[in-house]
Ligand binder design. Sequence first.
Ligand code: 5GP
Length: 236
Amino acid sequence: MEKKQELYAGKAKSVFATDNEDFVILSFRDDTSAFDGERIEQLSRKGEVNNKFNAFIMEYLAKAGIPTHFEKLLNGTESLVKNMNMIPVECVVRNVASGSLVRRLGVEDGMELSPPIFEFFLKNDALHDPMVNEFHIETFGWASADSVIKMKELTFKVNAELKKLFADAGLILVDYKLEFGLFKGDVILGDEFSPDGCRLWDAETREKLDKDRFRQGLGGVIEAYEEVARRIGVPL
Ligand code: 5GP
């Protein structure tokens, strides 16, 4: 498939057209952003690590029956994916309290959440991704009521699969963010799953092995991503 013009440049990935309108190329860059794009730095190897990490997870989820946009790895930093209409909301599931939940509600960081908590956020950097609910999504036409139900169902299915995958590798899946889109009328998983969009802690030491290392200036960001990849068996 031939790579054509750039359609969109996000904070960490770019999207390119192909000669087939059903497919686009996701290009993972080394750019790393935090605080709604207020801080951006280049982290060497990140594009490649996240591209391969995401490919592994998307293929793992597809085998578990979760529909995704992922088609195939093209090279170190690029993957071929289905060309979806993205739904502009982020779906977050939390198994352990951390991050914005702790700041918002004053609960203890590290508290186990049973049952897990589901939250929707609007994708809008200028508004700092505000939390929204089903009513906002339907009334403002960001997605249909059916799509909302499907996103929730798939996000929890992903939780069951990935909690186990990471637990078997000695890791706690604290929380994560997913994005969905519509492809030929079906809701399917899009964007990426990588340590950029989830929290992963070592089960023994509770060491952070995700993007919080960047957000909190802890260093060793890519080394931590590579450690997670090695533990779950991502070929890097
Ligand atoms: P929080 O709401 O605590 O900031 O984030 C919850 C989870 O979703 C974390 O794993 C965080 O990495 C992920 N997340 C939320 N919003 C974004 C975002 O805009 N970009 C990325 N990469 N991850 C996000």
